[in-house]
Design a protein around this ligand. Structure first.
Ligand code: SF4
Ligand code: SF4
Length: 418
C-alpha cells in the first residue's frame, strides 16, 4: 500500500466569472496575472507524477475553464497517468466545450450547485442567471456522455434542501452528490459559520438521504469527518457510503496545489510565508518534511479529538483546528460529540455544547488480509485503493472479523452502487 498522495486538488487559476460568498480562494481576478504559464503547469504535473503516480488530479480554480490552455493541461495529465477530474461551476460549458473535455480525456466533472431553485443559488454565487447557465452546462455534459456529480455547499439557508437536492441530483443523472461543510477561510471567513448544532442536524439529514437513496445515488459529506458518528449506527452491518468516504485524508493521501504552486495538506489550509512551492522543491520533500504535513500525519491528537471514542475513525477537521487553536492537532470546534464518560465527568452542559451520547465504536482489533484478497486489492485503481482498504477494514472491525478475504470483498462490492 502506498503512503504517497492519491488525490490531488489543484487550483489552476484564481480567475473566476462568479463571485461566491463562500469562496475559500477569494477568487475574483479576471486577467490571470498570477496564473502559472502552460510550461510551468507541465512542470508541476511532471513533479506530481514522479511522487503520486496514478493519482486522481482534481483540476479546479477559481474557474478552470477560464484558462485558455485547460484542454492541453487535461491531455498532458492523462499522458502522465493521472485520472483528471474537473471542478467547475459549469457556466462556460456548451456542447463544443463538453465535446472538447471528452476528447481531452476528462474522467468526470464536479459541478457546484447550491440550491434546487435559481434565486437562492444566484444569491450565493453572486451572479444573476448563473443557475440557468449552470443547468445548461449540465445538459451539455450529459449529452457528451461525461460522468458528473453535484457539489452543494451547505449554509443555514439551504440546509433544509438536503433531501430534495439528493433526489434532484439523482433525477439529473449525477453519479454522486457531495455536501460540502464550509471551513471559515477566504471569503468564507465571515459567513460560513453554520452553528455547530445545525452542523449536527445537517449530518443527520445527509445520513438519512444516503440511506433513503442508497441504491440510486452515492451521497457524501465533505469536510465533516464526524459524520461517521451517525453513519456507524444507521445502516446495514455497520457499513455504508460513509464507511469508505468519511474521515479526513489531508496529508495522508491528499494535498492541494494553489495557483502559485504552494502546497498545503488541503484547500482550506491557507499558505503562509514558509509554505513550500512545488516549482522550487520536490513533492517528496514537501510530503515528508513540511511541518503542516508531518504534524497532521504523525502528531498525536490533543483536546477533545485526542480523547474521543472516534479519534481513529473520525479525527476531526485539522483545518478548523488550526484556525481555532493555532495547531493542527487540537479539537474540531464544529463537533458536538461528548462521550458517556465525558458526560459523567461534567457537571452540566459546558460551553453550551449539545450533549450527544452514543455507543463507542467497535474495539480496535488487528485486521489481516489473505494473500488472495491482497492480490485482488492491487486491481483497484490507485486513487480509490486506500479508501476501499479503509472501508473493508472498518467493516471487518464492525463485524468482529479478523481476516479480509476475497469473499468479503465480493460481498461488499455487490452492495456498492458505483
Ligand atoms: S483538514 Fe478539514 S477542510 Fe481539510 S480536507 Fe480535512 S476535513 Fe476537509
Ligand atoms: S471530538 Fe473530534 S474525533 Fe471525536 S467525533 Fe468530534 S471531531 Fe471526531
Amino acid at each position: 500500500m502506498t503512503d504517497n498522495p492519491y488525490i490531488i486538488s489543484w487550483n489552476t487559476t484564481k480567475r473566476c466569472n462568479l463571485a461566491c460568498s463562500h469562496c475559500y480562494l477569494d477568487s475574483a481576478e479576471m486577467n490571470g496575472a498570477s496564473d502559472m504559464s502552460t510550461e510551468q503547469c507541465m512542470k508541476v504535473m511532471d513533479e506530481l507524477a514522479s511522487f503520486a503516480p496514478g493519482a486522481m488530479l482534481v483540476l479546479t480554480g477559481g474557474e478552470p475553464l477560464l484558462r485558455p490552455d485547460i484542454f492541453s493541461i487535461i491531455r498532458y495529465s492523462r499522458k502522465k497517468g493521472f485520472t483528471p477530474v474537473l471542478g467547475t461551476n459549469a457556466t462556460l460549458i456548451d456542447s463544443e466545450v463538453a465535446k472538447e473535455l471528452k476528447h481531452s480525456g476528462i474522467s468526470g466533472v464536479g459541478i457546484s450547485l447550491d440550491s434546487l431553485r435559481g434565486e437562492p443559488h444566484d444569491k450565493i454565487r453572486g451572479v444573476e442567471g448563473s443557475y440557468t447557465t449552470t443547468m445548461n452546462g449540465i445538459e451539455a455534459i450529459k449529452k457528451a456522455g461525461i460522468p458528473f456529480h453535484t457539489q452543494f455547499s451547505i449554509t443555514e439557508d439551504n440546509l433544509y434542501e438536503i433531501e430534495g437536492f439528493t433526489r434532484f441530483s439523482r433525477d439529473l443523472g449525477a453519479r454522486a452528490v457531495n455536501f460540502f461543510f464550509l471551513v471559515c477561510t477566504g471569503r468564507g471567513q465571515e459567513d460560513t459559520a453554520l452553528k455547530p448544532a445545525l452542523y449536527e442536524e445537517a449530518l443527520q439529514k445527509i445520513v438519512r438521504a444516503s440511506n433513503y437513496y442508497k441504491n440510486e445515488i452515492m451521497v457524501r459529506a465533505r469536510c465533516a469527518p464526524h459524520i461517521i458518528r451517525y453513519a456507524d449506527d444507521s445502516t446495514f452491518d455497520g457499513f455504508n457510503d460513509f464507511s469508505v468516504t468519511s474521515g479526513c485524508i489531508a496529508a495522508k493521501g491528499y494535498l492541494r496545489v494553489d495557483p502559485n504552486g504552494s502546497v498545503t495538506p488541503c484547500p482550506y489550509i491557507a499558505p503562509h510565508d514558509d509554505t513550500p512551492n512545488i516549482l522550487n522543491t520536490t513533492l517528496f520533500n514537501i510530503w515528508n518534511t513540511d511541518k503542516a504535513f508531518t504534524d497532521i500525519r504523525e502528531g498525536k491528537l490533543e483536546g477533545e479529538c485526542g480523547e474521543c471514542d472516534f479519534s481513529e475513525s473520525c479525527g476531526g477537521c485539522r483545518a478548523r483546528s488550526f484556525i481555532k487553536n493555532g495547531t493542527f492537532l487540537g479539537d474540531d470546534p464544529w463537533c458536538e460529540y461528548m462521550s458517556e464518560s465525558e458526560i459523567k465527568n461534567r457537571s452540566g452542559n459546558e460551553n453550551n455544547k449539545v450533549v450527544i451520547s452514543k455507543s463507542a465504536p467497535a474495539k480496535i482489533i488487528n485486521i489481516t488480509w489473505s494473500t488472495e484478497a491482497e492480490e485482488r486489492l492491487k486491481n483497484v485503481p490507485v486513487f480509490v485503493r486506500p479508501l476501499v482498504k479503509k472501508g473493508l477494514e472498518r467493516y471487518a472491525k464492525a463485524q468482529g472479523v479478523r481476516e479480509i478475504t476475497p469473499e468479503m470483498m465480493q460481498k461488499l462490492r455487490s452492495r456498492a452502487k458505483h
